[in-house]
Design a protein around this ligand. Structure first.
Ligand SMILES: [Ca+2]
Ligand SMILES: [Ca+2]
Ligand SMILES: [Ca+2]
Ligand SMILES: [Ca+2]
Length: 674
């Protein structure tokens, strides 16, 4: 029910006053008894987020003003200047700003030639900034083996393949609960069996999330048919399929995206995170008539109700033109449709830069992920689904929330209509990333040569135009978030400040520069990361001076005992780790299925597909390190970028702080987990 006053029992919108018993949104005044959003005034009795004022009785996060009558704790090291920033009562840990994942200890044990390597997670809220506050007790077969103070890994020289390792955290003298004990791996990877949805399909990109709420990160896997197409090419494809698979190998569901959305790197972009804060991740993607959810049913909510699911909307080049376009949130646990709304920006008319005869290439260019952007202009620390359409000319970016069962527009940026936004037209790459570029507790969105503010307004653009590859992180020490991008038309590449779009260096010429990477990868100068590409060589990201360390042009992985990051092509791990039987993805791009801190200590795991597509393998390092960092999945910048990693031309995630041998202590992350 929509309108003034009134009551809705679930979902829906009331524009003023009224009562919502679950989910739903009231734009002013009113009461919601659980979940829901009130944009001004009003009362929420549990959960929910009133945008200004308002009084959630338990839990809830009043982002400005307001009060919490029970539970709640002032954020620590989080947002200042918002006034009254408080956070929900949490049982899982942390009392800070960002809603993050309640992960388990992630203990891995691997049989190695010198015994058993054991690694585990430090949670973000176990790090106070004072190293001596936190240590870990490692137990073997129930007996304490060691108190580990300088790292979160250990080599047990007397370990055997039947040893059982558990870990506790000792925080300011208090020992916490025991972790569960993993089975010791007999090789350097965990094998996860997967089932192809058909003979022509290969396992493609993946994004992690805790689908079943047990604290273990699971995998949302995109399946690519052999006839998938780049958006610049004509022709029909078999449908894109997406599977949910637990890390223990349980096949949860498969979604069939259907004939009206083509298969290709630029089409289906997977937003994966716990959007409603119930402890389980959801998946959000663009959908259309013909999409079947993970239960095998056609979509049926919102605009999908009564749709003609047999209708073929594809035009002469194989891409849908003018048919219904939707955004759907699916349950990560069951694959079931939870909510469907119209896609934020429809295909529409000839304003994408496409020639009128085809009308599809540039309008069917998408990116997607999630970020903690502002809600109603306020940094709530709550996640939004991010979906981008267009970047060659018209560039649009949309933020949607899914809370209390309601999928709702947060904001939409459109270079064609947002005030000042025309400067972002054409300023996007074949990827998208997110980071808080101004330290106000809300993420800006970085499509490439432009930055969109966390409230959906325009922030800045370099004007250099489109490029194929982009890296976003602390590439210049002490200077916050910077962006390295290679250039297509302009040639060369640049590194610029993500907050102001001012160049640290800008090199042009030499034609289309299709690949590039940036990070601290090797012995030498730590005054800047290496911004590398085959066209420009290796340049100090802060000065543009030629340097020696080569960051390559593909992926990167934290793997070694020291803090330098390693280059990663396809599935070729550093140090000659045997990855035979695995393959990269996406043709000449040759990207891994996924790199992320999935298990063990802060260093990254490689998730690789077996060439046969019969399994995914999760490789973990066994190089003992003396460096302790909390799990990178509790660094907000890294966590958001892990989700954007799968988008279009995959790019590796970067943390929000510099990791290299002479690094500063990591920042204390401000987070809470359910
Ligand atoms: Ca799980
Ligand atoms: Ca959820
Ligand atoms: Ca910000
Ligand atoms: Ca790890």
């Amino acid at each position: 029910m929509n309108g003034t006053g009134g009551a809705i029992t679930s979902g829906g919108v009331v524009t003023s006053g009224g009562v919502v018993t679950s989910g739903g949104a009231i734009t002013s005044g009113g009461v919601t008894t659980s979940g829901g959003v009130i944009t001004s005034g009003g009362v929420i009795t549990s959960g929910g987020a009133p945008r200004t004022g308002g009084a959630p009785r338990t839990g809830g996060a009043p982002p400005s003003g307001g009060m919490v009558t029970s539970g709640g704790a002032p954020s620590e090291g989080g947002v200042t200047g918002q006034g009254g920033a408080t956070k929900p009562t949490v049982t899982g840990g942390g009392s800070g700003h960002y809603q993050m994942e309640n992960l388990d200890r992630g203990v891995v044990a691997v049989k190695v030639s010198g015994g058993v390597y054991v690694g585990w997670r430090m949670f973000g809220y176990e790090y106070t900034g004072t190293d001596s506050d936190t240590s870990y007790n490692l137990y073997k077969d129930g007996t304490k083996l060691a108190n580990v103070t300088d790292s979160t890994n250990y080599l047990d020289a007397s370990g055997t393949s039947s040893s059982k390792y558990t870990v506790t955290c000792v925080l300011k003298g208090t020992e916490g609960p025991q972790s569960t004990a993993p089975t010791v791996w007999s090789q350097q990877y965990l094998s996860i069996p997967i089932t192809s949805p058909g003979g022509s399909y290969s396992a493609n990109d993946a994004s992690p999330g805790d689908l079943d709420g047990d604290g273990k990160l699971d995998i949302v896997l995109k399946w690519d048919p052999s006839n998938s197409k780049d958006s610049a090419s004509s022709g029909t494809t078999d449908p894109c399929m997406i599977s949910g698979i637990t890390i223990t190998g349980k096949q949860l569901w498969t979604i069939n995206v259907g004939m009206n959305i083509r298969s290709g790197a630029h089409d289906t972009q997977m937003s994966v995170f716990d959007f409603d804060g119930d402890g389980k991740a959801e998946l959000a993607i663009k959908t259309a008539p013909g999409t079947k959810d993970g239960t095998g049913a056609f979509l049926k909510t919102g605009p999908a109700a009564g749709a003609d699911n047999a209708h073929d909307y594809r035009g002469p080049n194989g891409m849908a033109l003018g048919g219904p376009e939707w955004l759907t949130v699916f349950s990560g646990a069951t694959g079931a449709e939870l909510a469907t709304v119209d896609y934020p920006i429809p295909w529409g008319q000839a304003n994408w830069g496409d020639p009128s005869a085809t009308q599809a290439n540039r309008s069917h260019r998408y990116n997607g992920g999630f970020a903690w952007v502002k809600d109603g202009g306020v940094a709530t620390g709550l996640p939004s689904i991010i979906q981008q359409r267009g970047y060659y000319t018209r560039l649009t970016m949309s933020a949607y929330t899914f809370r209390g069962g309601v999928l709702a527009k947060n904001w939409v940026f459109d270079s064609s209509s947002t005030p000042g936004g025309s400067a972002a037209a054409g300023q996007g790459d074949h990827s998208c990333m997110a980071a808080d570029v101004d330290g106000d507790g809300a993420f800006e969105i970085i499509p490439g040569a432009s930055t969109i503010n966390s409230d959906g307004t325009f922030r800045c653009a370099t004007g250099i135009g489109h490029g194929d590859a982009m890296h976003v992180g602390e590439l210049v020490p002490g200077k916050g978030i910077s962006v390295y991008s290679v250039h297509e038309t302009a040639g060369g590449g640049d590194c610029h400040d993500a907050s102001t779009c001012k160049y640290y260096f800008n090199v042009t010429g030499g034609g289309d520069n299709g690949r590039g990477a940036a990070d601290y990868v090797g012995v030498g100068d730590e005054t800047g990361a290496s911004c590398s590409s085959s066209h420009t060589g290796n340049l100090n990201c802060g000065t543009g001076a030629t340097v020696t360390p080569n960051a390559g042009s593909n992926f990167l992985i934290y793997w070694n005992a020291d803090e330098w990051r390693s280059t990663l092509n396809a599935t070729s791990l550093p140090g000659g780790v045997d990855t035979s039987g695995t393959s990269g993805c996406n043709g000449t791009k040759n990207t891994p299925t996924l790199t992320a801190d999935m298990l063990g200590d802060w260093r990254e795991e490689l998730v690789a597909r077996e060439t046969s597509n019969g399994a995914l393998r999760v490789y973990t390092t066994t190089a003992v390190t003396k460096r302790r960092i909390y799990t990178l999945m509790h660094d907000p910048t890294y966590r958001a970028q892990v989700n954007f990693e799968q988008s279009s031309y995959n790019q590796p995630p970067h943390p929000g702080f510099r990791i290299s041998p002479n690094m500063d202590p990591p920042p204390v992350p401000s987070l809470f987990v359910k």
